[in-house]
Each structure stands twice: as C-alpha cells, then as structure tokens.
Design a protein around this ligand. Structure first.
Ligand code: HEM
Length: 528
C-alpha cells in the first residue's frame, strides 16, 4: 500500500475530529440548546422537511428547548416577537441576506424570490410590484370571477336550485382548490386559459409542482445532498416531476413571448371563448404589465430572460399557497359551526346578488377576514423558518449577539402557536382578530414581513375572500359524511406528536403546504 494513503486518511480523521469538537464546544452557537445532531449537520432538518413535518419539528424544539434553538451547525432559530422584528422588520432587515440555501431553488439566474437581497433585489421588487399594484389587482378581479364561477359550478354540480337541501357528492377540496388557484394564476400572470377546473388534460401540472417541491424542501435544508448528487437517487420521482413541469413552463413561456411579438401560437392559438386553451384579452395580464414596467428610481426594466423567470415564479409562488389557504378556511369553517354561521350571515347581509360580490363590497366583511387570518395563523401555508444570514458585525437578535455568517430565522408555525401571544393557540378563534390586539398582529407572519415579505399578499387576500364569499353566498358546505369527512384532520393513530389534534388542519410543509382534503359536500341556497 502506498505510504501516503494512511497519512491522508489520518489527516482527514484528525480534521473531522477537530471539526466535531469545534462544532460541539467552541462554535459561537454552541451555548444554545437544540437537537444533538443539529450541532453537526443539517441532515436532521432535511429529514423533517422531506417528511413535511419541519414546521411541527421547529415548534416541538421550542417547546422542549425554549425560545432559542440551535437548529443547524450555524443556525439559530428564535421564537420571540422581538427576534421576529430584528430579523424581518423593515428597519433592520438590511443587516441580513436570504440564506445561501435558497440557491438550490434557482434555475439559471436569481429572481425576486430567490435573490439573496441588496440593491438588485430591490430594483426587481419595485418592478414586480407594478404587476400586482392595487389598481392592477382590481382589474384582475374580472379574470378571477370567471374562474370562481366555474369552480362554484363544479362544486355545486348536481345540487338542486330549489332549496331542497340535497347535498352534492363529496368533493376533495385539496384538488379542486389546486385547480382553481392554478387557473386563476395562469390567467392573471399570462392570460392563459388552462381550464383545470373543467378538463383533466393539464391537471398533472399541479401534481408535478407538489412532487417537485418535496425534493426542493429537503435540499433547501441540506444543500449538500445535491453537491454529493445524493438527491438524484433519493428523489427520482421529484426530479421527473420537476422536468415535466419545466417542459410545461418553457412551452407556455415560448407561446406567451410569441404572442407579445404579435404571433398567436401554441396554447394561445385557439382564441375562441369555447376553446379549451385560449388567450384572454379581458384586460392586461401581469406579463404585459411587466413588459412596460420600469423601476421608478433607476429606470431599469426587465430583460427577456428576467421576464420569463419572474412571471414563472409568480405562478409557482401564488398557486400552492393560495390553494392551501382556501382549503384551510373551508376546513376550519366546516369544523366550527358558530364561525361558519357568523361568516355566512355577514356575507349574505353584505351583498344582495352574485354580481355584488366584489373586493370593494366585501371590504366591510371584517368577520370573514378574521376567519381567513385565523386559518392563516393556525395552518400557515409557509410554516417553516425563512432563514437569513447575518451580514453585519454586532448584530443582535432578540438581545443575543449573532456573529456574521451565522443564520437566523423564526418558525412561522411555531410563533403562530406561542401561547403567550395567542391564548389557547390550537383553538380556532376568529374573534381574536377583532380585538385590535397589537401583540397578536406583530407575531402574525403568514406572508413574512419587511422587504422580503410577500408581493402577492393583496392579490392573495382578494382571491381567497372572493372564493369563500361566493361559496357562502351561493349555498352551504359541510364535511362529507363518514370516513371521508375526517380526511385532513389530525389525531390519526399513527400521527407524530404535534399532529395529534383533531381540530387542526394538517399541512405537509414542502416550500408551500401540501394537504389532503377536506372532503366537503355542497348544497345550493334559493337565491331571490
Ligand atoms: C396565501 C397565499 C400566499 C402566502 C401565504 C404567501 C407567502 C409568502 C411568504 C411567506 C413569502 C416570503 C418567502 C421567503 O422569504 O422565503 C412570500 C414571498 C413572495 N410571494 Fe407570496 N404568498 C402567497 C401568495 C402569493 C401570490 C398570489 C403571489 C403572486 C402574485 C406571491 C408572490 C410572492 C413573491 C414574488 C415573493 C418574493 C418577494 C421577495 O422576496 O421580495 N405570493 N410569499
């Protein structure tokens, strides 16, 4: 044997031992408690991300170890309102960049979502914001209304209009909400009519997005999986799903670009209203707004490849999350008859006909908004910690000095269930949002906060409010009879600790929450 081999092996062993000792005892975060494995590796976090349980694991860790938890070799999670403000707040967030781990989500170049931060990100964000401004959102309402009409047609299908009280077949709302939110986003962003609600040809796309996200969520926690090319073996199905989704997106982008050049082709080819695939010219879509948008400060616009990347991100960022929230509100209203009655009464007295159901008419429905916010608190569509890297010397997070290069974050699900801020945190109580409780508001971060907060927040609220109001106005819904009606609940015998509560809607956190059910039945009201 070559004499160099044992020497090299010895050197590696000494380095590894020194590294383990450093991480366990000498690292600046060594004084913080946390799971033993997390001192040395992100593999543990990645495992929970792969299972979809990471939001629950972070909550469990805070229950066990307190407000400060070392969740990775150089990662500290905090569970305090002060920490939240320090990390994400508008005034201090320039001290942080998004974690390098976000890079695994990049395809070719960074977009507004995956950009680590700084001036370039702000320019992109200011441009993108013009596509979802309040004025633009009002114009998108016509597009949204068309899809909600189809959605209601589908879920109330087969129920009598004579007020006979007959209930529809059970419907899996996890799927129907996916179809609805994808149809809405494809139309708002690209003016494309995929009609997942009416036809099963493109329904595979939502499934591909979900499958692909399982891999991405594991990689975001532990990027070494891809450096070692382990993900290729561990997530074959997810990689296939990702490639199929990318193929779909490239075709859509190519067709949309052609359309901008004046050539109607591909999915936009058949422009008749009756066609399954058509281009909607009701009003400008986000894509056409972005083509014209210029940053008011620098005058910069988006190049062709940036347009492609930004508009695709909007579909991905806006579909699963919105679908998750709509399903969640439907679950909690079905499970809480008093809240249901109050929300239904409010909507039914606020509007007198289907045509009246508009964003501005529903603005006075404060109870309905509280129902949505409480669902977002209980089951946030993005429940994990959004991790940031400390960039400035002397940074304090919740009073704790954190060195440059370390990562910090607040688990959204964990802080949403802090019993100090939210008494009886696992009980669905929309009333808590009517009390003007500033502390509750300050810890409420379903859309994150500060300069990296969600750009689509206003649009998401508009979509969700319109969907729920339409359902409550047109009829009633309830959990399906029998076993099906329990899908989506916690309390299953094999459920892990944290999924044991029957009245909690269960999400599986893979970038955005994935879900099963609820299965609901619908019945129409007699409308005068
Ligand atoms: C209920 C629905 C939604 C929820 C809960 C949600 C949540 C979030 C969260 C938590 C973030 C921060 C992510 C991070 O820091 O890693 C985010 C960012 C973002 N969201 Fe949403 N989102 C929703 C809907 C939408 C919609 C409809 C759009 C598109 C119109 C959208 C576009 C974006 C974009 C572009 C960003 C990146 C902003 C930046 O980094 O500057 N989201 N969203």
């Amino acid at each position: 044997m070559h004499v160099g081999i044992p020497i090299a092996a010895g050197a590696v062993a000494i380095y590894m031992a020194a590294r383990l000792i450093y991480l366990a005892f000498l690292h600046p975060l060594a004084k913080y408690p946390g799971p033993f494995l997390s001192k040395f590796t992100f593999a543990r976090a990645s495992y929970y991300a792969w299972k979809g349980d990471i939001h629950i694991d972070i909550w469990r860790c805070h229950e066990k170890y307190g407000d400060y938890v070392r969740y990775g070799p150089n990662q500290l999670l905090v569970n305090t309102a002060e920490g939240l403000q320090d990390i994400y707040g508008r005034r201090t967030s320039t001290k942080f960049l998004k974690s390098k781990h976000y890079e695994v989500m990049m395809h070719q170049a960074a977009n507004t979502f995956t950009h680590r931060g700084g001036k370039d990100h702000l320019v992109r964000r200011r441009i993108l914001a013009q596509g979802v401004s309040a004025q633009a959102q009002r114009e998108y309402e016509t597009r949204i209304a068309t899809h909600i009409e189809k959605f209601c047609g589908a879920v109330f299908d087969g129920t009598a209009t004579n007020g006979s009280g007959a209930w529809s077949e059970p419907r899996n709302m996890a799927k129907w909400c996916n179809y609805l939110s994808f149809d809405m986003m494809a139309d708002i962003v690209f003016g494309a009519q995929y009609n997942l609600l009416g036809d099963d040809r493109f329904r595979y796309v939502t499934e591909m997005m979900e499958k692909s996200n399982v891999r991405i969520s594991a990689l975001v926690q532990f990027p070494s999986l891809s450096w070692l090319r382990l993900d290729k073996h561990l997530f074959q199905e997810a990689i296939f799903a990702r490639n199929r989704f990318l193929k779909f997106v490239f075709r859509l982008l190519r067709d949309r670009m052609e359309l901008s050049n004046g050539n109607v082709c591909g999915i936009f080819e058949k422009s008749h209203a009756t066609s399954q695939l058509s281009y909607s010219t009701k009003s400008r879509d986000i894509y056409s707004r972005l083509q014209e948008a210029r940053d008011p400060q620098t005058g910069a616009g988006l190049r062709k490849e940036e347009m492609a990347s930004e508009s695709t991100t909007l579909i991905v960022a806006g579909s699963d999350t919105t679908s998750c929230c709509i399903s969640s509100v439907l679950f909690y209203l079905s499970d809480n008859p008093q809240a249901y009655q109050k929300a239904a009464q409010e909507v039914r007295s606020c509007v007198s006909s289907q045509d009246d159901i508009t964003g501005s008419n529903l603005a006075s429905c404060t109870y309905l908004r509280a129902c949505i916010d409480e669902a977002l608190r209980m089951s946030p569509p993005v429940g994990t910690a959004l991790v940031r890297e400390v960039m400035t010397e002397g940074t304090l997070v919740s009073g704790q000095p954190v060195p440059v290069g370390c990562e910090v974050g607040v688990g959204t699900y964990a802080i949403h269930h802090s019993s100090q801020t939210y008494p009886e945190p696992f009980v669905y109580k929309p009333e808590r949002w009517l009390e003007g409780n500033a502390a509750a508001r300050a810890s409420f971060i379903p859309f994150s906060a500060g300069i990296r907060s969600c750009l689509g927040k206003g649009l998401a609220y508009t979509e969700i409010t319109l969907v729920i109001a339409n359902l409550l106005f047109r009829g009633d819904f309830k959990f399906a009879d029998g076993e099906l009606g329990t899908v989506g609940r916690g309390g299953n015998k094999s459920a892990v600790y944290g999924r044991h509560r029957e009245n909690e809607y269960q999400l599986y956190d893979h970038i955005a929450g994935q879900k099963k059910g609820p299965w609901l039945q619908f019945s129409r009201r007699v409308l005068s």
